[in-house]
Design a protein around this ligand. Sequence first.
Ligand SMILES: [Zn+2]
Length: 143
Amino acid sequence: MPGGWKGSPNSIAALLRCQVPRELLPKCKRCRRLAVSGQELCIGHIGRWVSQPDKAGRAESRTLARLERAGLLPLELIALPVWRNLVGIATAQRAPARLALVQVWDRRYTEPMRWAQVQRQAINLAKQPGKRQNNTAYWYENR
Ligand SMILES: [Zn+2]
């Protein structure tokens, strides 16, 4: 055999040499499982911390955007304080509340109790203490 056996990079010995002992690898700050490389959290906790709060309310937010493009957001509604006061509330709460307002808007005279209830929920949400997001997503979100 020309050159002879030089050892394969796939040999077990080569793999073992490249392996960092588990104790030295960065661990998740929350559960001590192996962290994702370059991160302080494991895959489970990154998912919980980054994706989920972001996803909440996204569907409603997209629906609102579609309605706006279709010209179906009532300008009268968007002008109301109950809509405008939701500026900066987290998407997870703001988008569903605004979608509920849009959905009940056309029935505000036929179902005044329902309209009042949805309004009240939005008003209570707007009163909630806490950090407001600096939201610049859509013009109708900021008016
Ligand atoms: Zn974790």
